[in-house]
Ligand binder design. Sequence first.
Ligand code: ADP
Ligand code: G6P
Length: 470
Amino acid sequence: MRQSSLVVVANRLPLDDNAAPDGACEWRRSPGGLASALHSILRQAPATWVGWAGGMGPAPRLPDIGSLRLRPVPLTAEEQRGYYEGFANATLWPLYHDAVQQPVFQREWWDTYRAVNQRFAETAAEVADRHAAVWVQDYHLQLVPQMLREMRPDLLIGFFMHVPFPPPELFMQLPRRVELVHGMLGADLVGFQREQAAHNLAQLAKKLLGAETTAGAITVGGRTVRTGAFPVSIDVAEMRALATRPDVRSRARQLRRDLGESKRILLSVDRLDYTKGIEHRLTAYSELLRDGHLKVRDTVLVQVAVPSRERVESYRDLRDRIEGEVGRINGEFGRVGETAIHYLNQPFDRSQLAALYQTADVMVVTPLRDGMNLVAKEFVAAREDDSGTLVLSEFAGAAAELEQAFLVNPHDLDGLKQTLLRALSADPADKQARMRAMRRHLAEHDIMAWARAYLTALDHTGRLARRMLH
Ligand code: ADP
Ligand code: G6P
């Protein structure tokens, strides 16, 4: 068994098993913020990524990506139901996103969640070299840090939460709240997107475990765990390189011609998730068409909504509702040759996404709650000429950084409508100044800066960051 000095443990591997049209099996980069972010920094790293490759049954054999080894963890059908669809995505995910959808508490899911966390911890322990660093990711694997510490006290253990971590009033609803907090505190460093989340964890540790807390540190059972905010980002250089590629540019020009040269293009790109505010956005757009503020003659909405977690009931219901609404809006407002909404329910590769981002006049990113939202950052990075405007929800982590976006509360329909109109008719000099400021921020806060900040906080000597990031 080959061992690594850095092991990343995440529910999902960066590759998705996908059946090609001819029935052959194809590996494709998985959509979703975590895979996008980590794939960028790890594809050249001397590391092992432990994760699930999607699908059920025995783990497939996966090729290395450069010097990155992939170590798949298999899940049975029952584990996929109880751990992934159940506890992770029907209990924790909605609760951590402000309970915008009612969390489901089913007692039998807990045992599966714990057993699968144990398997991830054992696999990580197997592939980690002596004194290695193990970096555990996200809400699926909250018990892994403590499990790993018990098995391998020699390891340096980091945990990073990509999604929001809720205030105690919400978290306290969880029947297994003590175990979950205890599990995370097995790490040496617990990182979040926002400072408030670290504060929430400290309050919970105090309340549930009698911990002592100071700014950035939680002491419990004689051990001190550090906490902090490390806002995740994107591979700015990759997106810029894509955006300037001649084939991407010509694809973008073609898209614009196809959509109508004179039209103003609104674009949204989301996983099909109830946290993304897609329904609120459709309502606002439809009311603007009904009120006559927008006309299909000169405006079009492109909504990319990649299917996600389709075996979870609330996701299937959401898809039905959205598709019904898109049909209704197109039926009511469309004209022959003039569609109100182009609805694309497909995955795209990075260059296609880059072309789409370049085509938009206004990028509309309006989640009801989002840990970060990398789509907003990708759009900004793709606009080499400082054109285009970004409408961004105040409830996305990205709003704390992209302050020059047109910020909006997506629950306030009138506010959302007005903001869309403002963004559409903004003065070109104002638009350009906003975009330039956001691009400047991103250039300094890219995915490398995120990884460097986290890994240096985890290992003060700086050795880990240097080895990982060259
Ligand atoms: P989340 O992690 O909740 O999905 P983010 O906005 O942080 O939200 O990340 C989404 C990631 O998935 C981005 O990197 C984006 O480029 C990618 N993505 C979104 N839609 C698609 C799609 N249709 N095809 C491929 N990748 C997509
Ligand atoms: C969010 C989560 C990730 C997850 C991604 C896609 O970004 O933070 O952990 O991988 O959504 O969701 P999926 O369920 O398809 O992995």
